[in-house]
Design a protein around this ligand. Structure first.
Ligand code: NIG
Ligand code: FE
Length: 423
């Protein structure tokens, strides 16, 4: 064999492959029964892609250790795919810790929002911030996420609500994508709130006639890469019909639809998303039975966010009903100034305890299905040949410890690997 391989992780007590045969997502039984190799090894080639994964004795015969740049002896340890966080708002300035105190004292999310705080508070500070400042705090947050095992993360704009700041945020995300060893899926979320002093109709027109056309120009010129379009579809924010026009316009530009829906009120967002061919809808605390059925049929992923329901003391998203109906259930941290959580292991723990998911279901939701929600499950989300060599090595003989242990992941996660490089 001529070229050197990048990484061999050998003799792991368990290698959690997740799923086989290039499945784009898993539902129902596929989520309960993950593919796990006992005493396994994995090979990452010089291109950063997985070359082989299987029982250690077979890999040992096929690959000489001398052909590897690096070898990790994972005896007594577990290997899992890198975690995928399908929903975050990580670019912002300003501190909202005082709002946490208000909410603990009884204020609701919408009380704070209507009083000019919440998203509006963050918009004011983000508009005033320089790009370098936003990039520094974004990098810091992404490193924290990565230390907790995230190797692919969705990052939204949405604290500008006008062209200039929305572009500033997307450019900062693009710079992070170019410079940091973490995979990013970027989302334009100019319809995250109606700017102060504007009506919904005026905000919608600004997005359709000013923001999206400029975005399209930059994307066609190759100056900016954006993957998804998002709208906060909610009473007092964007109604169903404005949501529909904005998402359709984004889809016409080639963006994947991935939006906030049915969070605080039933809005028929799930039905709308299914009808528009949305890749994913997030939140869904207030989804109806009809909405669940529509998402199951359209294969629109439900990105559930246990931190939000926990912090705002909302009803729990109906994970079990969605799983039973065959919906593709994914998870996200919803990292933002309201839900300050960088850790997907904690998100999985909350999903298990509060939303009654099993540990295999939670792991599938935080890997292959989260990758599907971002249109990346052909390259990420499981440890299959030809996918990216993005993985975690855990210092434990049972992978479930990643979910069972509440906190302390820096010690449990021994290595985070992206494309075969330890980061
Ligand atoms: O997903 N629900 C809307 N957007 C965010 C919160 C953003 C904020 O409060 O700054 C969410 O929870
Ligand atoms: Fe969100």
């Amino acid at each position: 064999m001529s070229s050197k391989h990048r990484l061999l992780v050998k003799n792991a007590t368990q290698v959690v492959v997740i799923c086989n045969h290039g499945e784009k997502f898993v539902t129902k039984h596929g989520m309960q029964k993950l593919s796990v190799i006992e005493n396994g090894s994995i090979v990452i080639g010089s291109d950063g892609l997985i070359k082989a994964v299987g029982p250690s004795e077979i890999i040992r015969v096929q690959f000489s250790e001398a052909s590897f740049d690096k070898v990790i002896d994972a005896t007594g340890m577990c290997v899992l795919p890198g975690l995928v966080d399908a929903h975050t708002h990580p670019v912002w300035a300003g501190d909202r810790v005082h709002e946490f105190a208000m909410k603990l004292a009884g204020a609701t999310y919408m009380d704070v929002h209507r009083a000019g705080g919440g998203i509006h508070f963050t918009v004011e500070h983000t508009r005033a911030a320089r790009s370098a400042e936003l990039l520094a705090s974004l990098s810091n947050r992404l490193v924290r996420m990565q230390r907790a095992g995230t190797t692919l993360v969705e990052c939204k704009s949405g604290y500008g609500l006008e062209l200039q700041t929305e572009l500033k945020m997307l450019e900062v995300i693009e710079e992070a994508r170019r410079t940091l060893p973490i995979n990013i899926s970027s989302t334009y979320c100019g319809a995250h709130a109606v700017p102060k002093g504007k009506t919904v109709a005026e905000a919608t027109q600004d997005i359709l006639q000013v923001q999206l056309p400029r975005l399209e120009e930059l994307m066609s010129a190759g100056t900016l890469r954006v993957d998804n379009i998002d709208v906060f579809c909610e009473q007092g924010v964007f109604d169903l019909s404005s949501t529909c026009s904005i998402l359709q316009a984004g889809k016409d530009m080639g963006l994947n639809i991935n939006f906030h829906g049915d969070e605080l009120h039933p809005m028929n967002s799930a039905q709308l998303g299914a009808q528009l061919g949305a890749l994913a809808i997030s939140h869904l605390e207030e989804v109806t039975d009809e909405g669940i059925a529509a998402m199951a049929t359209s294969r629109t992923a439900a990105v559930l966010l246990p931190t939000t329901a926990y912090i705002l003391r909302l009803p729990q998203p109906r994970a079990r009903d969605m799983l039973d109906a065959g919906v593709v259930v994914a998870l996200g941290s919803d990292f933002n100034p309201n839900a300050y959580c960088c850790s997907m292991p904690i998100v999985m723990h909350l999903a298990c305890v509060n939303m009654r998911m099993s540990m295999p279901e939670a792991l599938a939701a935080a890997t292959i299905n989260a990758a599907y929600a971002l249109g990346r499950s052909h390259t990420h989300g499981s440890l299959e040949v030809n996918k990216h060599g993005d993985l975690l090595v855990l210092d434990t003989t049972r992978w479930e410890h990643l979910i069972y242990q509440l906190g302390g992941h820096q010690e449990l996660i021994r290595y985070v690997v992206v494309k075969g490089n330890v980061v």
